[in-house]
Write a protein that binds this ligand. Structure first.
Ligand SMILES: [Zn+2]
Length: 97
């Protein structure tokens, strides 16, 4: 069984992208880019934002879940958008005695 202890020739070299603006903090010239398995990655040296580019060149923000402290104790946040409860008098439910 061969266990490569060192990966030679595949040193990750981050290069600054001139003129690139961070999508998170809007600071220019803070974006570095590198490739992992021919997949382009980016990060920002100012705010720590980082994302990955897919085959179409679209940005895929890397959301690191904090699963260190919450080990399955918390359920995923429900996306309750536009689920406002409206209490208004419904004539059909009103019963007069
Ligand atoms: Zn940034």
């Amino acid at each position: 069984m061969t266990t490569p202890s060192e990966t030679t020739g595949t040193a990750t070299q981050k290069r600054f992208i001139a003129g690139a603006v961070c999508p998170a903090c809007q600071v220019m010239d803070g974006i570095r880019m590198w490739e992992v398995d021919s997949v382009p990655h980016r990060d920002c040296v100012h705010c720590g934002y980082n994302d990955t580019l897919n085959a179409e060149g679209n940005s895929i923000p890397s959301e690191v879940p904090t699963r260190v402290n919450t080990s399955g104790l918390q359920a995923p946040k429900p996306k309750a958008v536009g689920q406002a409860l409206q209490f208004f008098p419904n004539p059909k439910l009103k019963k007069k005695d």
